[in-house]
Write a protein that binds this ligand. Structure first.
Ligand code: ZN
Length: 257
């Protein structure tokens, strides 16, 4: 689940009202760090836009975003009876999908091959913890020290959904920031398409998914039913918008080929 310091077991403190999410411009990222962590001197001053320097002992500390991961897990499902209708009733993918879905129902897929009336769903989670508790999210979280980003996203998916990932593909990255303990946390969120490991008996491996850790609930949603505004973390919302946009382009290309 993206990304929260709650995992560390720290208590959530009241948010500094002088800071609002996404308004970090003009605020030095280390403004809360008033004393040198090396010698305790108050002469710990802004060195440049992302570092502070101790005039007493010479210690310099640079602020960088924390690495985090986001998992896109897709499963194929049979086209439902209402597939050609918009269930969201809004503009966007749902309405633009009608033509494509009717075409799918007619068995027209890539290069004219039958798609056997298959559609896709994405695995979403409902955040059990702050920040943005109760909003939708994708599985993922902070990278641990000494692990690769790929190992990190596989670990997070296992922790939050129980699913075993076979391999991952890097998609794109988006910067994010949010308030935690009154401190504006910066992350670089790396999005991966995660492929669930097949079962030995050929049954659907995604059927084993169960919400755990800081995922309060799992939801398999068709992209055309997703409203990006339901995603509480800005980078994930933007990532979802981008993924839906890419899906629209892909399906338009299938239509015109
Ligand atoms: Zn110092």
């Amino acid at each position: 689940m993206m990304p929260t310091r709650e995992d560390n077991g720290h208590a959530q403190h009241p948010i500094n009202p002088s800071l609002k999410e996404g308004t970090g411009v003009g605020v030095h990222p280390l403004h809360l760090f008033r004393f040198c962590p090396e010698c305790g001197s108050p002469r710990f001053v802004e060195h440049n836009a992302k570092s502070k320097h101790c005039e007493a002992c010479g210690f310099t500390y640079y602020f960088n975003p924390s690495a985090a991961t986001v998992a896109l897990i897709e499963r194929e499902v049979p086209v439902r009876g209402d597939e050609s209708r918009s269930t969201r009733g809004k503009e966007g993918l749902a309405s633009r999908e009608r033509v494509t879905e009717r075409r799918n129902i007619n068995g027209q897929g890539v290069n004219g091959k039958s798609v056997n009336e298959r559609s896709v769903e994405w695995l979403c989670v409902r955040r059990a913890k702050d920040p943005a508790r109760g909003t939708l999210d994708l599985p993922g979280g902070f990278s641990d020290m000494f692990e690769t980003s790929e190992e990190g996203v596989i670990r997070e998916v296992k922790e939050e959904t129980g699913l075993d990932i076979d391999h991952v593909e890097f998609l794109f990255s988006l910067p994010n920031q949010y308030l935690y303990s009154g401190f504006l946390v910066h992350t670089i969120d790396m999005f991966y398409r995660c492929h669930v490991r097949a079962t030995a008996d050929g049954t659907d491996p995604c059927a084993a998914a169960r919400a755990a850790d800081d995922a309060g609930e799992l939801l398999w949603l068709r992209p055309e039913d997703i409203n990006p505004a339901d995603f509480g973390l800005l980078s994930v919302r933007r990532g979802i918008e981008r993924l839906i946009g890419e899906l629209i382009i892909k399906r338009e290309q299938i239509k015109t080929n």
